[in-house]
Design a protein around this ligand. Structure first.
Ligand SMILES: O=C(CO)COP(=O)(O)O
Length: 135
């Protein structure tokens, strides 16, 4: 049995509409590894993840276009996020493109590991879970 003092990670989940199914499948596939960590998510993404994997501890923020991306950016600035999983749709224009860019920018400024597509997300999560096991 793992010690209750094992560190827990806070992971941010965000997905554009065309990538939400991919995010849900990712979360379901890795539910066991994610269970012991905290997840914060933009509203619609997080709602779908919660629906598909109700036992995951997902904290819902505002929807992205209504300020959710900025809320995650603020958490990054406060050192409250260990890794960002942001499944970006590169083929659709976004009304809140400035918020999207601002979120990526803060992840870069604060050197937060950031996965922008599924392939990187798989590699990042594998690495994180190997480094910091869940509890
Ligand atoms: O738009 C988003 C990220 O830019 C995602 O927001 P939702 O999860 O609320 O759809």
């Amino acid at each position: 049995m793992k010690s209750p003092t094992t560190p827990v990670l806070t992971l941010a989940f965000v997905a554009h509409d065309a990538k939400k199914d991919q995010m849900v499948e990712f979360a379901k596939r890795h539910a066991e590894a994610l269970r012991g960590h905290r997840i914060v998510a933009t509203g619609t993404t997080g709602g779908k993840v919660k629906e598909a994997a109700p036992h995951l501890p997902v904290r819902l923020l505002k929807s992205g276009p209504l300020g959710g991306d900025q809320q995650i950016g603020a958490l990054i600035a406060e050192s409250g996020i260990d890794a960002l999983f942001f499944f970006v749709d590169p083929l659709s224009p976004m009304p809140h493109d400035v918020d999207v860019k601002a979120l990526m920018r803060l992840a870069l400024v604060y050197n937060v590991p950031m996965a922008l597509n599924l392939a990187t997300a798989e590699a990042l999560l594998t690495d994180l879970v190997a480094t910091v096991p869940d509890r």
